[in-house]
Design a protein around this ligand. Structure first.
Ligand code: F6P
Length: 411
């Protein structure tokens, strides 16, 4: 059957590295299906770059049944850095090159964020390994150069597989917190993953969140005091006396005791790319609201909830569309590139003609554009709402606007 296929006799291998998303299996299946149609034998490298160390940990995906709707990654993931790092000074590149040779791997597709694809780019540039990057992160902070036009403004936005599903979950999560917060006239400080950027935190607005905090805005003493005043005003002016405040895990918050403004670490341990685990800022913010404003407040960490579960329709089609672009890159033998969505669009307009590729040297982190967040009001802007509604549809904020008449005892 494969006799006349263009790449018969060649092998393409896929790996996934970094934090998982609900769209990785869909990306693997989509790339695998298309690559095998071109004639490639398709391998999976297990646990990211780790699967190319030692004897190698490689599986054959070519004709295996695959469930792309199931979240996570069947190839599993790791934060292994092939290049020397503070945590691991060993140079693992010789082992990687040897395994690529031993397993006769001709092309690598690396599904990852800035770290995994940054390492892939170095392998391509330094060692000439044919690599195609594939974007992935729920944080949505990997530069994809996806243009979003809103009125007169064109924003250099990002759409990364994994984000659409995660954003939907965060919106639902906020809308669920809303009813319990209303019952107790509480403020809920909802912590959302996002080490360096607030793209995902904004999705809380689509579930009833109002004021928000993102890593892009440092909360020094003055800004913190100003924010707490805004919180009080917003709470008191709400007839139900409640607020949902989505905050990114990477918010830098002023500490009254130390006088320093910094992120809150869940652990001091660092991964091989130098990242420490963040977590806990929502607890600090909610206790300051309780203590300083005398308003009942609670913290809720959304944690891994947006990262798990099945892949949404948008992500399914986005990964298939980007995989179509991978075919184009393979046919042209254009390596060192990553497929991206060109213009922000709705689900129905996800098509290969709306894709381009960017040089992997140009990827890197992309913070939340200031067109999307108003630092003076701590709110996401109409431009962000337009951006997100194209991806996840309308906000999901059911309301029960009760205003029952008060009974006064008869005299
Ligand atoms: O990779 C992105 C991310 O989801 C971040 O938002 C978060 O800080 C990190 O992963 C946590 O990942 P893990 O706990 O799996 O190391």
């Amino acid at each position: 059957m494969l006799e006349h296929k263009l790449f018969k006799g060649k092998t393409l291998a896929i790996l996934s590295g970094g934090g998982d998303t609900p769209a990785i299996n869909s990306s693997i299946e989509s790339v695998r299906n298309r690559a095998s149609m071109l004639g490639y034998k398709v391998y999976g490298i297990r646990q990211g770059w780790k699967g190319l160390l030692g004897d190698g940990d490689i599986i054959d995906l070519t004709r295996q049944p695959y469930n792309g709707l199931y979240g996570g990654t069947a190839l599993r993931s790791s934060r292994t850095n092939p290049f020397p790092s503070k945590k691991n000074p060993e140079d693992r590149i010789p082992q990687i090159l040897q395994n690529l040779k031993r397993y006769k791997i001709d092309v690598l597709v690396t599904i990852g964020g800035d770290d995994t694809n940054g390492a892939a780019k170095r392998l391509y540039e330094q060692e000439g390994i044919p690599v195609i990057g594939f974007p992935k992160t729920i944080d949505n902070d990997l530069r994809t150069k996806t243009w979003h036009t809103f009125g007169e403004t064109t924003v250099d936005a990002v759409v990364c597989p994994g984000f659409p599903t995660a954003a939907k979950r965060i919106a639902e999560f906020a809308s669920i917190l809303k009813t319990t917060a209303e019952s107790h006239s509480r403020i809920m400080v909802m912590e959302v993953m996002g080490r360096d950027a607030g793209w995902l935190t904004g999705a809380g607005i689509f579930g009833g969140g109002t004021l928000s905090l993102v890593p892009e805005i440092e909360m020094n003493k003055e800004r913190k005091d100003f924010f707490l005043e805004r919180v009080k005003e917003a709470y008191l002016s709400n007839p139900k006396k409640t607020l949902i405040i989505p905050v990114s895990e990477g918010v830098r918050w002023y500490d009254d005791l130390t006088g320093k403004t910094d992120v809150v670490f869940a652990s001091t341990e660092q991964d091989e790319y130098g990242h420490a685990r963040l977590g806990g800022v929502s607890g600090i913010i909610s206790s300051e609201i309780s203590n300083k404003l005398k308003i009942d407040a609670r913290a809720q960490v959304t944690g891994y909830y947006p990262r798990g579960g099945t892949c949404s329709e948008y992500d399914r089609r986005l990964t298939q569309t980007l995989a179509d672009k991978v075919v184009d890159l393979l046919l042209r033998e254009e390596y060192g590139q990553m497929p991206t969505l060109n213009k922000l669009c709705k689900y129905t307009d996800l098509e290969e003609f709306n894709c381009s590729s960017i040089d992997m040297g140009a990827i890197g982190n992309r913070s939340l554009p200031m067109e999307y967040f108003d630092a003076n009001t701590f709110t996401f802007t109409p431009a962000y709402n337009d951006f997100l509604s194209k991806i996840i549809g309308h906000p999901c904020t059911p309301e029960f606007n009760y205003d029952f008449p008060i009974v006064v005892p008869e005299m």
